[in-house]
Design a protein around this ligand. Structure first.
Ligand SMILES: NC(=O)c1ccc[n+]([C@@H]2O[C@H](COP(=O)([O-])OP(=O)(O)OC[C@H]3O[C@@H](n4cnc5c(N)ncnc54)[C@H](OP(=O)(O)O)[C@@H]3O)[C@@H](O)[C@H]2O)c1
Length: 336
């Protein structure tokens, strides 16, 4: 089949992150994969070699990515340290100007720990600016209001630039934004699970409320942790070789793979027309289906993932292609 004439988008085309002055690439790099096998959450991914991390970060920067998403929970600061160390090692303007998004871990803590632990975050990040500081989830011992008051204090002290949240409901982002406004600030983003195989935010009010308030959506697990690449459909034996708990989730079971197969076939057909990969179609759909409201942060555990994923910013699906993919994804999600 002849490759489609591709509407090539300037890969350096940046968009404003919600209610902020940050100009970010539609894709950021998810850095959970840099947890170095440490801590509960860090055991989810295999330990990556330092050289692979360097190449993943460098490929991302050279491919037009200008921001990185990490967290305290990713190896208890390991991901932050490896990211900052790698950026320093790479050096040059792209690495120096990279924007950093990190997160405070709320479980079994009160809002007091936000101000108590910020210097540790800055230390792990080798004194880099924290452009976006996110509350990892709403599940702490403190109210949303108290949490936002503590985050506002960090902005006022110049320790962070902007406030974001993650895994917050529609009602919680409304409350977070209301409290931040009392400080003359705004909520900038809500980082949530969003992909062609998980579209709950379109139904539960999160996406609509975010659009209404000018809050950006940062889509995590945008490839459904690798499923949308189609590699597990092609070779189901690959699932067995996965280290960590991913293989036990519904999407990775045989029944899950059967269910998502029609979507993978659609992605493959479209990918062939564009001379790209299903992964790139899945990411392109996310960053173009809602104007400039949605950003996505695919993680990479191999250098070739980063090489492939950055190229998802180099074309734009047409409106009818976005609708077609959306339709097939909805059919799959409604099927049992
Ligand atoms: N806020 C939160 O609560 C939260 C939760 C989860 C994630 N996150 C953030 O979101 C980021 C991304 O989410 P995620 O890591 O859960 O899922 P993801 O980005 O959907 O999947 C990443 C995994 O998919 C596989 N993959 C990536 N690119 C590929 C490609 N081109 N071809 C084939 N396989 C590919 C790799 O795993 P294999 O090679 O091992 O298959 C990779 O580690 C994380 O790094 C983290 O920063 C945030």
């Amino acid at each position: 089949m002849e490759a489609k004439t591709v509407n090539v988008t300037d890969s350096t085309q940046l968009r404003q992150l919600g209610n902020s002055d940050l100009k970010l690439s539609p894709l950021g790099l998810g850095c959970w994969q840099f947890s170095n096998g440490k801590g509960m959450v860090g055991k989810f991914w295999p330990v990556l070699r330092r050289e692979d991390i360097r190449q993943i970060v460098q490929t991302s920067l050279e491919g037009g990515i200008n921001w990185f998403d990490t967290a305290e929970a990713y190896g208890g600061g390991q991901s932050e340290q490896l990211l900052a160390g790698t950026l320093n090692e790479i050096g040059g303007p792209l690495a120096e100007e990279a924007n950093i998004a990190t997160k405070w871990w709320p479980a079994f803590r009160t809002a007091g720990s936000i101000t108590a632990t910020i210097d540790e975050r800055i230390h792990h990040l080798a004194q880099r600016t924290i452009h976006l500081y996110q509350v990892h989830s709403p599940y702490s011992f403190s109210s949303v209001g108290a949490t936002m008051n503590a985050m506002a204090k960090l902005v006022e002290q110049g320790k962070i630039k902007y406030v974001g949240v993650s895994n917050f409901s529609a009602q919680q982002i409304r409350e977070a934004d209301r409290v931040l406004r009392e400080h003359g600030l705004r909520l900038v983003s809500n980082q949530v699970k969003y992909s062609l195989l998980d579209r709950r935010i379109e139904q539960n009010g999160i996406l609509d409320t975010a659009k209404e308030l000018g809050v950006a959506i940062i889509a995590y697990s945008p490839l459904m942790q690798g499923i949308l690449s189609g590699k597990f459909h092609k070779n189901p034996a690959l699932v067995k070789s996965i280290k960590g708990p991913r293989k036990w989730t519904a999407a990775f079971r045989n029944s899950g793979l059967q269910r998502s197969k029609p979507l993978i076939e659609t992605l493959e057909q479209l990918a062939q027309q564009y001379n790209v990969t299903p992964t790139q179609i899945a990411l392109n759909w996310l960053i173009n289906a809602h104007g400039e409201n949605v950003f996505a942060i695919p993680g990479a555990s191999k250098v070739h993932h980063a090489e492939e994923n950055v190229k998802a910013m180099q074309f734009t699906l047409t409106t009818s292609e976005i609708e077609m993919v959306s339709h097939v994804s909805n059919q799959v999600l409604r099927s049992k």
